[in-house]
Design a binder for this molecule. Structure first.
Ligand code: NI
Ligand code: MN
Length: 228
């Protein structure tokens, strides 16, 4: 499958069977500017890790235009039905899995918060594990490292992990290296950094610490593509 990164936590997985869009914050995302416009995105499924604006982003508009299935926690999928008249949704919750005709997705725990831009309750935050075409990719969502990441490593042996490194709102560099140690992915792509001042980090420090720990990482610029 092909990963296309749009900056911050927004990315797309392109598989033989479906195009999956995750946390599509494009409008107002300084990292996505000039890289992609929401109108160009035509996913089959949109996955949302939580309700914060920098993840929910353009999802309502993209969902309505494309007719994509929206997969998220119950509170967020209810919001799509109630506020946007978009009923093509699948509600999941932490620990649950769903089998699609293109693969299987597990909704994982994330240690964070989740509220809508108006302050309304957005359910619990999550991550996702995508098992597609014999590969597994773990998108942690917004979280710190947590001990049960070891179970995710045991259960899915991730080929790819997307881990937040920007600190302040999520794990920072050292905590994300610890997360990689628990998950033991073949490759880690850092996300959720250098979007705005509170989450500016020195990415070369991340690369150096991952190298010292014996883990492969690939820093993707917005628009960057990766085949796994
Ligand atoms: Ni958040
Ligand atoms: Mn965030």
């Amino acid at each position: 499958m092909k990963l296309v990164y749009f900056g911050h936590s927004a990315f797309q997985l392109e598989t033989g069977g479906a195009t999956l869009l995750v946390d599509p914050w494009i409008t107002g995302n300084p990292r996505a500017e000039g890289v992609i416009s929401p109108d160009e995105l035509n996913p089959d499924v949109i996955f949302l890790t939580h309700a914060h604006e920098d993840h929910l982003g353009d999802a309502p508009e993209i969902a309505k235009r494309s007719g994509a299935l929206v997969v998220s926690n119950f509170e967020i999928t209810s919001y799509f039905s109630r506020e946007h008249g978009h009923d093509h949704v699948l509600a999941m919750n932490t620990g649950g899995a769903w089998t699609f005709d293109w693969g299987k997705v597990h909704q994982t725990y994330a240690r964070h918060s989740s509220s809508f831009p108006d302050g309304g309750y957005g359910g619990n935050p999550n991550g996702f594990v995508f098992e597609i075409e014999g590969k597994s990719a773990y998108a942690a969502g917004d979280t710190c490292a947590f001990a049960e990441m070891e179970w995710i490593g045991d259960d899915f042996e991730p080929d790819l992990a997307l881990l937040p490194i920007g600190d302040c709102f999520t794990s920072g560099i050292r905590d994300a290296v610890r997360a990689a140690g628990l998950l033991r992915p073949d490759l880690t792509v850092p996300v959720h950094y250098n979007t705005f001042p509170p989450i500016e980090v020195d990415v070369s420090q991340w690369e150096q610490l991952m190298d010292e720990a014996g883990f492969a990482t690939r820093v993707l610029e917005p628009g960057g593509v990766l085949e796994i």
